[in-house]
Write a protein that binds this ligand. Structure first.
Ligand code: ARG
Ligand code: ASP
Length: 719
């Protein structure tokens, strides 16, 4: 008896049958049927209809996709939008110069006329969503090949979205869910005049910098504030001085009540991408090959950037956003590998596959559909991982050389000129190249890039077989005896791609001067690498990608058919989702327990005037010394900075509103803990935490630190 129980326990531990507590990113329109009662039993006081409704205003009307990659929430009836500092970072940086450095000093508009416009920045609301699976897959049959299937599906998607866009003022897009087993349409309203209202200095908004990034305990005041503007009819419009603050359908009340251990929390936002249902073969490739390679490449690039940024303020500002972007996923991938190992993810996946296979073997109908799934995965991944490695070195390595990446943007245009094609596209492309030029050179330092070039070429030569290297490598070997620094020096002393003045001249007369570029060493380096990749890697890579996509679709279908004691949420795909969980600390390693919140005391403990990332501004220090926290203090008189909870989130959830059970704002999501970064591939309730900026700290900074308390008058503050 005891033995069987032990056996069952062990078996259960290894299988993934049961959805782990708090796992899942759910579709708002399905909350009623799938989650409402579970959420209410955990502390939600609202109904599913309060969260998502197409008949009345609901929480969804105050949640936007911000700038394509983040989330934001509406906290005033004048369109005030709260998101992360790192989400507004690109805009804050774009308004910064050495003389007027908003990154370092922060920025606060003291009235609406001082708010700063941000060309290209958008905020998108979801008007409604709809299951369009039957319509999209109508006429699609199992014996269609990929191309036929894609064509049919794309036609249907075209028709369906056009129906919406031609009969309303709204936008629409359709995305596959469950690897293409289902399709949902999202009807959208996108605002194009979104202005910067305020941002704390980096010493608050980026406190702890890359050292603390992806880490708990955390003290980063990661927020910034924008405002959506609309035309006089409250509709989206391009920037205009005549625009007025947007009047939202729902305004999120801001709570001063805070978050205590085990409190219900809900995150509403736009998670970007997860892959929770991959086969063990895919997980093996990611954790043992791809992630480690990419980590190594980025480490090298970051080291070079760091050296040069420390040596010059100009370079520091030029590269701060690029550095943050690179460092972010460098660290994430490293954490992901660790987390997957600690979770024994590979064996868990294999055990699940065995169980699946057993079900298939005992069911004749299933046998026909799913018998060869895993042997097919195995076969395809054996080839795929070879190509994927080449792709990683091309994308992360070769295209990490900025001049090469820049030259690549000229590729199509130059090809067209060489072929003598003078279409209207050509004129358009040239205009685009002209328009993009200033932004490239504003943030470009050729001396830094030259070092990166030498280092990247060296890494490629050391990590790919000779047969996998572009022709240019044989030349470097012959002419420069494999001395990549010497080669890079020569390239950068001759190229004109690194000179703004020369490139402007070339672009003013590209019809003729493109011939000059044909002989340019950066162009040649780009061309050689590009040709190799497009000839040797891409066609096979794409073909395998398609085969694997079909296997994934089949596997997903099989899981939902056969492994029925689990609720399946669709992988994140940058669409609106709800995650819910509890405020909770965790046990990062043996003998250590992390509390669920941090305070300003901890920020001061981290202070280090000698390290940029840990400088505390005198003004914040002063407020700390006086304990001048006002209504933002917790019940012990302390000022909380952040808390962590068990909501299942991913990239794209940054800036998401974090709600209490009553639908009031208690914080803004901004990160995950390092031990939990594998949650994109496998969730572990003991280790995975989302990191949330306590909204009381946000209000404290706006009010007491920045003196922009007038903004609070716009908000609905709940005491
Ligand atoms: N890790 C967070 C996310 O994935 C924040 C990144 C920005 N911060 C930074 N220090 N790079 O977006
Ligand atoms: N920091 C991430 C973001 O920008 C959130 C995460 O990956 O947890 O969306």
């Amino acid at each position: 008896m005891k033995k069987t129980i032990l056996f069952l326990l062990a078996f259960n531990f290894f299988t993934l049958n049961i959805l782990r507590a708090d796992e899942g990113m759910w579709l708002p329109m399905l909350l009623k049927s799938l989650n409402e009662s579970d959420m209410q039993s955990k502390g939600l006081k609202l109904s599913a209809e309060d969260i998502y409704s197409i008949n009345k205003s609901s929480l969804k009307d105050a949640v936007v996709q911000f700038g394509g990659g983040c989330t934001g929430e509406i906290i005033s009836d004048k369109g005030l939008l709260l998101t992360n500092h790192h989400c507004g970072y690109g805009q804050i940086q774009a308004h910064s110069t050495v003389e007027n450095d908003l990154l370092t000093n922060g920025f606060w508009a003291m009235n609406q006329s001082q708010e700063l416009s941000n060309p290209g920045l958008t905020a998108t609301f979801i008007v409604r969503m709809e299951d369009v699976t039957a319509k999209v897959l109508n006429g699609v049959t199992d014996n269609m090949n990929d191309a036929e299937r894609d064509k049919k599906i794309n036609e249907a998607i075209g028709v369906l979205t056009k129906e919406v866009t031609s009969s309303s003022k709204f936008g629409a897009f359709i995305r596959p869910f469950y690897y293409g087993n289902e399709y949902y349409m999202f009807v959208t309203e996108t605002f194009r005049d979104v202005r910067l209202v305020g941002a704390p200095p980096s010493s608050i908004g980026k406190f702890g910098g890359d050292t603390d990034n992806w880490m708990w305990p955390r003290h980063t005041g990661d927020f910034s504030i924008f405002r959506i503007y609309a035309n006089k009819n409250n509709e989206p419009a391009d920037y205009s001085a005549d625009n007025v603050p947007y009047k939202p359908k729902h305004v999120i009340p801001v709570s001063l009540k805070g978050a205590e251990e085990n409190d219900f929390t809900m995150v509403y936002g736009f998670p970007g991408r997860t892959t929770e249902y991959l086969s063990s073969y895919a997980v093996n490739m990611i954790m043992n090959e791809s992630d480690p390679a990419k980590v190594k490449i980025r480490e090298t690039r970051l080291r070079i950037l760091d050296e040069d940024m420390k040596g010059s303020d100009k370079v520091r500002i030029q590269y701060s956003a690029k550095y943050a972007g690179l460092a972010n996923y460098w660290k994430k991938w490293a954490g992901e590998v660790n987390g997957l190992k600690k979770l024994d993810a590979l064996n868990k996946k294999k055990a699940f596959e065995q169980e699946f296979q057993q079900k298939v073997n005992s069911d004749n109908a299933a046998k026909e559909k799913y018998s060869n799934l895993f042997s097919d995965f195995e076969k395809n991944y054996a080839q795929y991982s070879i190509l994927n490695k080449q792709r990683d070195y091309y994308v992360e390595g070769i295209l990490g050389i900025e001049a090469v990446n820049y030259a690549l943007t000229f590729n199509e245009t130059i090809d067209a000129l060489v072929a003598g094609k003078t279409t209207t596209d050509l004129a358009k492309n040239i205009e685009k190249l002209k328009a993009d030029l200033p932004a490239f050179f504003k943030d470009y330092n050729a001396a830094t890039d030259e070092k990166i070039c030498a280092a990247m070429l060296k890494m490629v030569s050391e990590n790919l077989d000779k047969s996998q290297q572009a022709d240019v490598f044989a030349e470097i070997e012959k002419k420069h005896k494999g001395d990549f620094s010497k080669f890079a020096r020569e390239v950068y002393s001759k190229t004109i791609f690194t000179s703004e003045v020369k490139m402007i001249a070339v672009l003013n007369d590209l019809g003729k001067s493109y011939k000059k570029l044909l002989k340019d060493p950066v162009y040649l380096l780009m061309k050689s690498s590009y040709n190799k990749f497009y000839k040797d890697v891409r066609p096979d890579y794409n073909a395998l990608d398609a085969k694997i996509a079909l296997l994934n679709r089949t596997y997903m279908k099989g899981m939902r058919e056969l492994m029925t004691n689990k609720k399946y949420y669709p992988d994140a795909n940058s669409t609106l989702r709800v995650a819910y969980g509890k405020v909770k600390g965790y046990n990062p390693k043996d003998g250590v327990f992390y509390n669920y919140y941090t305070t300003l005391n901890g920020l001061i403990e981290k202070e280090n005037p000698l390290v940029d990332e840990f400088i505390v501004s005198p003004k914040l220090k002063d407020l700390y010394l006086k304990k001048d926290y006002g209504q933002y203090a917790d019940k012990n008189g302390e000022l909380r900075v952040a808390f962590c909870a068990s909501n299942h989130t991913t990239g794209g959830n940054s800036g998401s509103p974090v709600f209490n059970g009553e639908g009031q704002l208690i914080g803004t999501n901004f990160d995950r803990n390092w031990e939990g970064t594998m949650s994109d591939i496998m969730y572990n309730p003991d280790q995975v935490r989302n990191i949330v900026l306590d909204v009381r700290y946000t209000l404290f900074v706006i009010d007491k630190y920045a003196g922009a308390g007038y903004l609070l008058n716009e908000m609905k503050i709940v005491k």
